[in-house]
Design a protein around this ligand. Structure first.
Ligand SMILES: [Ca+2]
Ligand SMILES: [Ca+2]
Length: 197
């Protein structure tokens, strides 16, 4: 919980990452700062909400995810909203179903995100990662943005029988390539609504 404007500035300048502010009376100092930057009608609506602030390194652009801002039936973790589908699907159908819902097939980018999904959604599930175009060249994407994070199990991707081109997070949290026609649980992801200031 930043205690002063100086501390908030320091955190925003030196941490190019997310941090939660504690929701309590102590956030008055942060609110003073936010009130200067946000339109009044927004501040009135948000006065009792907690914000997650993300700033770029140069401290010139900040965004705040509103905790609890995900649509009904979507769960929030950081700046993302997730929803699990009730049906197991082949990979391509899983991807399409998420697109129909205005979202993307999930692509976890850290062990922490994976653990959140395993705890709250499914122990194993498709991820937006395949080598359909060029065998052995894995393309992993968060929506349309390439993701570098990899967490293959030892010995994977194995491309068994030359037929494994889509990736799942397994029950142990690491990845395996399997047939894209397999039926696996599906989690869709969309960004949480953001305030930019
Ligand atoms: Ca393959
Ligand atoms: Ca495999």
């Amino acid at each position: 919980m930043p205690q002063s404007q100086e501390e908030t500035d320091f955190l925003q300048t030196n941490l190019n990452s997310n941090f939660w502010i504690d929701c309590s009376d102590q956030e008055r100092e942060v609110w003073k700062h936010l009130k200067k930057m946000l339109p009044k009608r927004l501040v009135v609506g948000l006065i009792n909400l907690c914000l997650m602030i993300r700033c770029t390194g140069d401290n010139e652009r900040c965004g705040a995810s509103i905790r609890g801002a995900c649509p009904p039936a979507w769960s929030q973790w950081g700046g993302k909203c997730y929803q699990k589908l009730s049906e197991k699907l082949p990979w391509a159908e899983a991807k399409q179903e998420c697109i129909k819902m205005g979202s993307a097939l999930v692509m976890p980018q850290s062990q922490e995100e994976t653990e959140f999904l395993q705890k709250n959604m499914y122990h194993w599930f498709w991820i937006h990662c395949n080598d359909l175009q060029v065998e052995g060249t894995w393309v992993c994407q968060d929506g349309t943005t390439d993701v570098e994070y990899r967490n293959w199990r030892d010995g994977e991707p194995s491309n068994d029988r030359g037929q494994e081109h889509c990736a799942v997070v397994t029950a142990t949290g690491d990845w395996n390539d399997v047939s894209c026609e397999d039926l696996s649980p599906v989690i869709c992801k969309r960004p949480a609504p953001q305030l930019h200031f």
